[in-house]
Design a protein around this ligand. Structure first.
Ligand code: GLY
Length: 372
């Protein structure tokens, strides 16, 4: 018992130090490049106005500022969090991306949870309604930004916004769309062994599922680690809204696959199936998985499974708070976590800090510290 307390205290200090470092890095970023939303670094320096492939990351900076406010109670972070949330409000009607959950959950939803201001909630709900407009009745899925025929595993992290809008408004059609999207994703993108495909391609005329594919993983039939992390976290969120056991079991299967395939450090490569990957780590996948597993630990009814997910999540955070991953000892590095990968094939953000990796790292640390 004494040992357990010591370990918890040690972890608390270690995680608090990481949050403090994050605060220094973020303060420098927002003061050096006001109102900018960089997505990844290049040689450790944030790239301002670089190529993005798609605009999905603008909520993760404000999200980190809200997390820092929650951690410190310092009004500086609150002002900055509100400011960076307001800067993206216009995206609530953006029909060009499937990422409105990534934009509004870390920002406006956190803001509403803190204030219960209905005007703030209305923005979250409107964003959820906008996202639902991507629904393809033929096939039963929310299509990705790439094309009407395309379903991404990433959308599991966004569909929560539609569940939320449905719950808040009592709109049964929104609920139907969100549930159907999850069932379609489960059927076509989650495999029997718990691994996931990045993308599914459908015949838009008949709705027939045609094949699995990928953009950021190795191959259509391989396992892209970040997609796996999106899946385990996203299905856990779907379960919180529906209490549908199928979503809980899917989240567990995805988490178990992540654990089986990943070294003890908890940090996967970009794709588990790629032979001789050029780089050993994709740290953002690990941060997302840690945060998702902390949620899953609180959802699963099996005590052994719950302990396992929590231990794995804390193990990941122990690794990520070491100097190999946390940039604390890397002079001149502007991000928080090193060794993330955005888009290897396009050469964007490879072995760099990535904004969502930093966000989910802080989110996981914040969740972990509540119960240490
Ligand atoms: N497009 C979302 C991601 O890179 O995970």
């Amino acid at each position: 018992m004494i040992q357990h307390t010591k370990a918890s205290t040690h972890r608390h200090r270690r995680y608090s130090l990481a949050m403090e470092f994050a605060g220094q890095q973020l303060r420098r970023l927002i003061e050096t490049h006001p109102d900018s939303f960089p997505m990844y670094t290049l040689a450790g320096k944030w790239v301002i106005g670089g190529e993005t492939w798609t605009n999905w990351c603008e909520g993760f900076l404000g999200g980190q500022l809200w997390l820092l406010y929650g951690h410190t109670g310092d009004p500086y972070w609150r002002d900055q969090a509100e400011h960076h949330s307001r800067l993206i409000e216009h995206r609530k009607t953006d029909r060009s991306v499937h990422d409105l959950g990534f934009l509004f959950w870390p920002t406006w939803k956190r803001w509403y949870d803190l204030t219960r201001d209905e005007a703030v909630n209305a923005v979250v709900i409107e964003a959820g309604r906008t996202l639902a407009l991507r629904f393809k009745e033929r096939g039963g899925y929310l299509c990705s930004f790439v094309a009407d025929e395309s379903l991404f595993i990433d959308i599991m992290m966004n569909v929560g916004l539609i569940f939320y809008a449905a719950e808040q408004t009592g709109d049964a059609e929104l609920m139907r769309i969100a549930e159907r999207h999850c069932l379609t994703t489960r059927r076509y993108l989650v495999r029997g062994d718990g691994s996931t495909a990045h993308e599914g391609i459908f015949d838009t005329t008949t709705g027939e599922f045609l094949r699995q594919s990928t953009h950021q993983g190795w191959r259509g039939d391989s396992s892209w680690a970040r997609g796996q992390a999106w899946a385990l976290y996203g299905f856990a969120t779907a379960y919180t809204f529906t209490r549908d056991q199928r979503f809980l079991r899917t989240a567990e299967a995805c988490a178990d696959y992540y654990i089986e395939r990943t070294p003890l450090s908890g940090i996967p490569p970009n794709d588990w199936d790629e032979p001789n990957p050029a780089l050993p780590y994709e740290s953002s996948a690990a941060a997302i998985a840690a945060s998702g597993m902390l949620d899953l630990a609180g959802l699963t009814p099996e005590p052994g499974r719950s302990l396992r997910y929590r231990d794995i999540a804390l193990g990941i955070l122990d690794t990520l708070t070491g100097p190999e991953f946390l940039a604390i000892e890397t002079s001149g590095w502007e991000g928080i976590l090193k060794h993330g990968i955005y888009h290897q094939r396009k050469g964007l953000g490879v072995d760099e800090s990535v904004m969502w990796g930093d966000y989910f790292f802080l989110e996981a640390l914040s969740k972990a510290m509540v119960n240490l």
